[in-house]
Design a protein around this ligand. Structure first.
Ligand SMILES: Cc1ncc(COP(=O)(O)O)c(C=O)c1O
Length: 367
């Protein structure tokens, strides 16, 4: 194929072509230093400049308070499911969890390996069509924090407001970080795998409040033998995310993604674009009962739009035709079925418009 297809993959996901071209250029000879990006020491001044730039851009774009720390780790959000509980809870402490789908369920499972994870909200059935209102969340008494998944990539639901709690919030922002303003100061800790809005897989951004760092120091003393070095937030802060060799390529890519986001006007500007992109698809889904959107209206995600076709037999035809029209990655997650369009920051409006016009024509032909 000579041109790039419209990419609706849930992650790893589409990156801006200009970012890919910057990466391409840096590979053989980074910044004319005679060494390729992936061939230079993570202890070099050049790499130090890259990681500092990436952290500083993230701080500015997300308006992270000065006394918070930013880590760029490995192991994905899946490791953070365990690492958050391991560092923030003693062995007998409880974390409260809002269970809005597959990823929250996994977070609960991992946290229960080292401490106690209590679900304080789950939907009546397993359909995960919505996130709760604050007054529906059960008692968090005795818990150390309240964990939530900001955007549910698989089900296409999203918290449209930060949940309210007296406890420090722990947020899994893997699939919506930097897509809309976040009130970071309300959070004890935020984590996000990079592979949706921040670049390639293999880097995980972790934003820690002073409270989270203090907890990590305290809990280090409570865990038998102390926290494992690679899973110790305080140690990672002290070592500037370089206790061991970091993902140098991924961190450079993240820096370039953030520079691209700055050129788009930053988080508020991209949020406006994201609202418009999502609206164009939801308008089609709401336009007739040919389509069956999955998420309840007030829980709809701006990042992952999930739906079915009333006549389920048409879904495979939809996917085949979409594929033939260079619209890729639209198959719903296997646990939900149906269709899903992931339209992260880097998914251009043209791709959304191409999908919308394909959907209109599909409905005309098969409706
Ligand atoms: C919301 C959310 N949390 C966690 C994960 C797991 O991320 P990782 O594969 O980086 O461990 C994903 C992956 O898609 C996700 O969407």
């Amino acid at each position: 194929m000579s041109t790039r297809a419209h990419n609706f993959s849930a992650g790893p996901a589409v990156l801006p072509l200009e970012v890919i071209e910057e990466l391409q250029q840096a590979l053989p000879n980074y910044n004319n230093i005679g060494l390729g990006l992936m061939e230079m020491s993570h202890r070099s001044k050049d790499f130090d400049d890259i990681i500092e730039s990436a952290k500083s851009r993230l701080r500015t774009l997300l308006q992270i308070p000065d006394d918070y720390e930013v880590l760029l780790l490995q192991g994905g959000a899946s490791l953070q499911f365990y690492m958050t509980a391991l560092n923030l809870l003693g062995p007998d402490d409880t974390g409260a969890y809002i269970n809005t789908g597959t990823w929250s369920t996994k977070a609960i499972k991992e946290a229960n390996r080292c401490s106690i994870a209590k679900s304080v909200w789950a939907p009546e059935n397993d359909s995960f069509t919505r996130v709760p209102q604050t007054d529906e969340i059960g008692s968090t008494e005795g818990a150390t924090y309240l964990h939530y998944t900001s955007n549910n990539t698989i089900y296409g639901t999203q918290f449209q407001r930060t949940p309210t709690s007296d406890l420090p919030l722990i947020g899994d922002f893997s699939s919506d970080i930097a897509s809309a303003p976040i009130d970071v100061a309300k959070h004890g800790l935020i984590y996000a795998g990079a592979q949706k809005n921040l670049g390639p897989s293999g880097v995980t951004a972790v934003i820690l409040s002073p409270w989270a760092i203090e907890r990590s120091i305290t809990v280090n003393g409570l865990r038998k033998g102390g926290l494992p070095s690679m899973l110790n937030y305080k140690l990672m802060v002290d070592k500037n995310s370089m206790f061991n060799t970091p993902n140098t390529f991924g961190i450079f890519a993240l820096d370039r993604m953030l520079a691209w986001l700055e050129r788009q006007g930053g988080v508020s500007a991209i949020y406006t674009q994201n609202q418009e992109k999502a609206k164009r698809i939801y308008d089609i889904l709401d336009g007739s009962d040919f389509w069956k959107p999955h998420a309840d209206t007030d829980s709809r995600s701006l990042m992952n739009i999930t739906w079915k076709i009333h006549n389920a037999e048409l879904e495979s035809v939809f996917l085949q035709e979409a594929n033939a029209n260079d619209l890729k990655g639209l198959k719903g997650h296997r646990s939900v079925g149906g269709l899903r369009a992931s339209i992260y920051n880097a998914c251009p409006l043209e791709s959304v418009d191409a999908l919308v016009s394909f959907m209109k024509s599909f409905e005309e032909r098969h409706g």
